[in-house]
Design a protein around this ligand. Sequence first.
Ligand code: SF4
Length: 642
Amino acid sequence: LSTLRQKVRVTSSSPTGLAALALFAALLTLAIVGPPIWSGIGGRIDTLHAYAGPSIHAWLGRDQLGRDVFARTMSATRLSLELSGAATLIAVLIGIPAGAAGGILGRRFRNAMARLIRLALAMPGILVALFLVSIIGRGSFGATVAIGVALAPLFARTAQTLTASIADSDFLAAARVIGVSRRRLFFRYLIPNTAEPLLLLIGVGSSLALAAISALSFLGLGVQSPQYDWGRILNDGLVAVYTTPSAAIAPGVAITVAGLTFSLFAETFARALNPRSRAGPGGAARRQALAAGSANGSSDQKPARHLPDQCVVAVENLHVAFRRGRDQLEAVAGVNIELAAGEIVGLVGESGSGKSLTALAIAGLAPQGSEVSADRLEFKGQDLRGLSGRARRRLLATNLAFVFQDPMSSLNPSMRVGRQLTEKVEVHLGMRRRAALELAESRLSQTHVPAARRRLSQYPSEYSGGMRQRAMIAMGLMTDPALIIADEPTTALDVTVQAQVLRLLREINQRSGTTVLLISHDLAVISEVCSRVIVMYAGRIVEVLPVDQLDRAAHPYSQALLGTVIDLDTQRAKPLVTIPGKPPGLATVRRGCPFASRCSEAMAQCAEEDPDLVPVPWAEVEHRVACWARVSGGNLAGAAAE
Ligand code: SF4
């Protein structure tokens, strides 16, 4: 009730909103009181006064049977609104699920539905409606079903377009990481985030349905005598439009005003639904629940901390490929990664190097249409390849946190932050709401979100960019994960906030021993917090070395990346250093070292054979490189001498 009151308050806060509310309320009142007050008068036949003009007894004149047009118009409000509402409901129930389901189901389903919807839209709606009426039969029922079905493709197309933009969003991916069910994804993530434009469409659709049903009644295919709606009254009035024009104008005006009211009301109500226009920090009841939660929370439900020295991730020969026709395009080609508990490892490389795809494959989030294979794919000692989908989702949902690049799109804009934080522990650990809220508050505090209790009941739009990223990290911490994968978590933030987020990741690692895989294209970011760095190029790992050995990086690509790092000593007068050329595309047929076309040290062998990742013989620490010039020639000795 408080939410409804809040929406009404927001809706009525503008003159347009107030007008829409007043018109809608008037229509509803007429629909309720119209038939009992006016149906008797409107049905009374008085042939002596047929086609009589407006008078004190019949304000809008009389029709061919001498019936009062005003009384009939008022009385017909209920049936007209009922039929248009029912037709819109049919269109919504068929169209929106058909169009939106593609957002959570597979690409194949999405494509098949897109074709079907395009086909349905190619047929003129009014012809579809006439065809259906001829099958179902004339009358209110036939006309309503026909118009509902004819309007459904319009809803389906709009829902499909709207959800397609959300289907690949970070917050939906984050919800998949925490194992949110498809049903919940549909009702809590897809539909609320498309609610505003869908409500607008429902308003416009209702107007269209009203006009279409009136048109069918006007043609004698809709409402049948003795019932009457505005379309039938229009039909009756049109016979005498030159002598008693008011008899035709009255139902016409009613249809127009009702249609405008639907659109106007939907527009203002949709605006009120937008989280950005929602008022303040939430209700007192929620705050009380939070306070009670603080007092009663059961700490024994908190997940246990993981053991140190475990191997959290072990991946061997990981391949991620996309099929294009008969070709197999390899985006990740034979990657081996081991992450020990408590490590902070940096995964660095240019865009398209395969670093994010590698992480997504580990998290079970590889994009639809990709094919993932590996000789070994273990998470916390469990073989992910052998687990059922449900067991795998549960294991990853409770032990892995994914922090995405853009804090603006990582959180569901239509859900309060507290609800988003508690979802994972409620779903997977069966934690009670109050205890989950208490835990969420403590996690928000740990990530340095000020006034955490109040912030829980706010929407993401009320958070700053840095705070959203910290809330995202707090969401990951809810189950005390063994691994945090942070994919370019600071790219969209300014430098000050960037430093805070990096500091926070290091703090979490030191406090809880959580392993962190930090993905970045920026070696400066990696060197700030990581202990080890993995360099990727064209879907392969080309070098692995401790961060404190970065100045001894052996691979020409790593050296080139280091050369692009800007610091305070960088001379501003000189042009910025760039790596010439660009990485090979996925469709490029690969032979030899993929960096060869950009490498100043390339040899004949480089064009023929792809070098393996092997230990650098002169290194005293674990340092591996994939480069012919470093492992088979004098350059190695040169590098060692340096
Ligand atoms: S293998 Fe050859 S082309 Fe590749 S990085 Fe080493 S020297 Fe350059």
